[in-house]
Ligand binder design. Structure first.
Ligand SMILES: [Fe+2]
Ligand SMILES: [Fe+2]
Length: 280
């Protein structure tokens, strides 16, 4: 197979010549993908996957074009719902059916790409709107899913198509499962449990690193580190309170905000921060 680039209608096309392949396959990837969509019956398993891919790519494009925060949030909600259902039908039905034909290497990569996307989806689900990295996180998810789609459409699906199975019956199974998932919700996944277990922290590696300053820096800036350490303690305790995991000294769950603030201040004092005592 020989790859060259050509330009048509202002778009960059990836030209793929299949030696000995029929004429309609001796075309660029974008054009052959378009032809593929036209030639496949509606309920063909591959046609259904391509349709899903187009729908999420359109959402990603709309996300990039809009400046409205509420529209972006709306797009995030729709895209996460679409991606979760799409991932389940691929993992439960399509991937197992084509795995052997496509080969372990490509399928393992696809599995790992699903795993990475699922972690980002879980963080977007769990951390919610208060996360200041939310928009950046969704953009990274969109980039990673676009890459995954490109690999699926360019490598996985053409190989899967060589398989001699009833793709329309597979497609019908996928549609039934899709209906079920939309009505009942997707099953819980390990990535959501993992993010939940980590406390749903919005910390990025950079934020985590800044709270883990080297010892030398700590000793030379003892005053400022004492106060930032205090702030971090207060922040940590209030976050636990918000999540409903904060417990008092006696082990009881703290429900009142006043009690949570008192615990936060006392923890901050214990960490060395100079916090004036409440006037009586
Ligand atoms: Fe896909
Ligand atoms: Fe996929």
């Amino acid at each position: 197979m020989q790859k060259v680039m050509h330009r048509r209608a202002g778009a960059r096309h990836n030209f793929v010549a299949f030696i000995g392949a029929p004429f309609w396959r001796q075309t660029c990837l974008k054009c052959s993908a378009m032809l593929e969509r036209l030639l496949l019956p509606d309920k063909h398993a591959i046609a259904l996957l391509l349709k899903d891919h187009d729908a999420v790519k359109e959402l990603f494009d709309r996300f990039e074009k809009t400046d409205s925060r509420s529209e972006k949030e709306n797009i995030i909600r729709q895209a996460l719902a679409e991606l979760k259902v799409h991932a389940v039908i691929e993992e439960e039905i399509f991937y197992p059916a084509v795995r052997k034909t496509v080969g372990e290497k490509l399928m393992n990569e696809a599995d790992e790409e699903h795993h990475v996307a699922r972690v980002l989806i879980a963080e977007l689900d769990i951390n919610g709107r208060g996360d200041d990295h939310r928009m950046a996180k969704f953009k990274v998810l969109a980039e990673s899913v676009r890459h995954h789609i490109k690999e699926e459409e360019g490598e996985v699906l053409p190989k899967a198509k060589e398989l001699e199975i009833d793709f329309e019956s597979l497609g019908r199974q996928m549609l039934d499962r899709k209906k079920e998932l939309k009505a009942q919700g997707v099953p819980p996944d390990a990535e959501h449990a993992m993010v939940e277990h980590a406390g749903g922290k919005a910390d990025t590696p950079a934020q985590t690193a800044s709270s883990r300053k080297p010892m030398a820096t700590r000793s030379s800036h003892s005053h400022s580190t004492a106060s930032s350490k205090g702030k971090r303690k207060v922040h940590k305790v209030m976050k636990e309170h918000k999540r409903g995991t904060l417990k008092s000294g006696s082990g009881k769950k703290v429900t009142g905000r006043k009690q949570a603030v008192a615990i936060a201040l006392s923890e901050a004092r214990r960490s060395g921060a100079r916090i004036p005592k409440k006037k009586k």
